[in-house]
Design a protein around this ligand. Structure first.
Ligand SMILES: Cc1cc2nc3c(=O)[nH]c(=O)nc-3n(C[C@H](O)[C@H](O)[C@H](O)COP(=O)(O)OP(=O)(O)OC[C@H]3O[C@@H](n4cnc5c(N)ncnc54)[C@H](O)[C@@H]3O)c2cc1C
Length: 435
């Protein structure tokens, strides 16, 4: 056993773990952070969009120091069928601001930099160290961790579980259930390298401007899922993910979907001639508010993806991870400053603070959407995209058919596919869940 005792041990050096470790170290707490990867970021897969507001709260000067790719000036949403996409694009010069709101990043580089700030703040960061078990005292309280290193038991007042969605520690210790297949998506991602000028020409960009494309429709073959394309400086991150339960149900493969997505006529020209240098796969928590487990207990708190804190509707995860990590650290700091023990009662302040933040407010707002999308996936991800694409084609194609007849034909196609009751029901269900 390692004799040295820490104020806190943080398991994992992703967004949530780094936010927690940095916040506690800045408060002068003695922090040990353990990461199983060769370096922070080596195990991480993300699109990736970084949300500046949440990062700024942790490292105000990050814009000058961090390895950022492009600041986002345009967001495209595509609803696709096999040959077309109906798009909604929002591009604004307002995003060419002095302190941009969102950036694309490459996690392997970004996490390494983020971790350097954690070290600078005084935390000890040990990589290539897997936490194998949580250590308990005679009364069942968590008092530290065991690792795969020799003499691996280390003690602390509190353990912050920031082990990500795949984390087995909390589930093995009985602190939370394993995520179910209808609560997690499996996403696959590739990095397509192209010359900088080619990316800028294809996406209509200049300088460090960036674009994000998020796409739904027949690309997920009736499963609950989404594709994404993010423009970085010299590469394009492209990926697709669907609920694990849907992969199980349909027998589709993630590689098959990705291949299909890349060959879509709206996507292929964007990546033509690129060199693929990286391929990765990762789970994403998608269950939303109803899947959030117990967030604290005797001597422990859980943050980020490990706590299922992911907003699948807005595709936000890293900002919820950073915020929950920071808030957990502030809650721990508060308990410590009062000289009180890290008991479940005292650590419950973390949940109160999180409830008051956008993290829980947003997840609570959308609490009924993930199950609705799942149970109605054939309609929302297959039928409607096809109908909407046909309606658009009918609207723009000029062929001598009177406009009133065209409108009638479009209306009829919707009613034929879903019936009046079905259409009304879908509209009500969406409105109710969105509210
Ligand atoms: C394909 C994809 C695209 C995404 N795109 C976006 C996006 O554009 N924007 C966004 O905000 N979010 C995005 N997300 C979600 C985002 O990546 C996550 O929400 C975020 O990374 C969660 O951070 P975390 O720190 O909780 O977990 P992670 O980043 O997964 O970090 C967990 C860390 O814990 C370590 N670890 C696990 N177990 C142990 C152990 N036993 N011992 C030691 N270390 C351990 C892991 O190695 C890892 O480094 C995306 C996710 C995926 C998969």
């Amino acid at each position: 056993m390692i004799e040295e005792r820490f104020d806190a041990i943080v398991v994992g050096a992703g967004m949530a773990g780094n936010a927690a470790a940095l916040t506690m170290a800045k408060r002068g707490m003695k922090v040990l952070q353990l990461e199983r990867g060769e370096y922070p970021g080596s195990k991480n897969v993300q699109g990736a969009i970084l949300y500046a507001d949440m990062m700024e709260k942790l490292v105000p000067e990050f814009r000058e120091e961090a390895p950022l790719e492009r600041h986002l000036i345009e967001q495209r949403f595509w609803m696709m069928d096999d040959r077309s996409h109906v798009g909604m694009h929002y591009r604004s010069e307002d995003f060419n601001e002095e302190r941009p709101n969102r950036y694309t990043i490459i996690r392997a580089q970004f996490d390494k930099w983020f971790s350097s700030k954690v070290r600078e703040a005084g935390a000890i960061v040990l990589c290539e160290t897997t936490v194998t078990e949580l250590a308990r005292d005679g009364r069942g309280r968590i008092v530290g961790v065991r690792t795969d290193r020799r003499d691996g038991e280390i003690h602390a007042d509190v353990v912050v579980l920031a082990e990500g969605v795949n984390g087995l520690l909390g589930t093995r210790a009985g602190l939370r259930a394993r995520p179910t297949p209808d609560n997690v998506a499996l996403a696959v991602k590739e990095m397509h390298f192209l010359p900088r000028e080619t990316i800028e020409a294809r996406f209509n960009l200049k300088g460090d401007e960036g674009v994000v494309i998020e796409a739904v429709g027949t690309i997920s073959r009736g499963m609950t899922g989404m594709g994404f394309i993010y423009a970085n400086k010299e590469c394009i991150s492209l990926g697709i993910g669907c609920l694990v339960a849907d992969f199980q149900r349909t027998g589709q493969t993630p590689y098959g979907l990705l291949d299909h997505f890349k060959r879509h006529p709206s996507v292929a020209p964007l990546i033509a001639g690129s060199e693929v240098k990286e391929y990765s796969a990762h789970l994403i928590p998608e269950g939303g508010y109803k899947s959030i487990p117990q967030l604290y207990g005797e001597g422990w708190v859980v943050v980020g993806d490990a706590a299922q804190l992911n907003n699948a509707i807005h595709r936000e995860g890293s900002n919820l991870a950073m915020t929950s990590g920071r808030i957990a650290a502030e809650a721990i700091g508060l308990v410590k400053s009062r000289g009180e023990p890290m008991s479940a009662t005292n650590l419950s302040v973390y949940k109160k603070m999180l409830d008051d933040s956008f993290v829980i407010k947003d997840l609570r707002k959308y609490k009924d959407l993930p199950p609705l999308m799942h149970t109605q996936s054939e309609n929302f991800f297959l039928t409607y995209p096809q109908l909407i694409s046909k309606a658009m084609q009918n609207f723009v194609r000029v062929d001598g058919t009177p406009k009133a007849e065209k409108e009638q034909a479009t209306l009829k196609s919707f009613v034929k596919a879903r019936s009046w009751t079905g259409l009304f029901g879908d509209a009500c269900r969406i409105a109710r869940a969105w509210r």
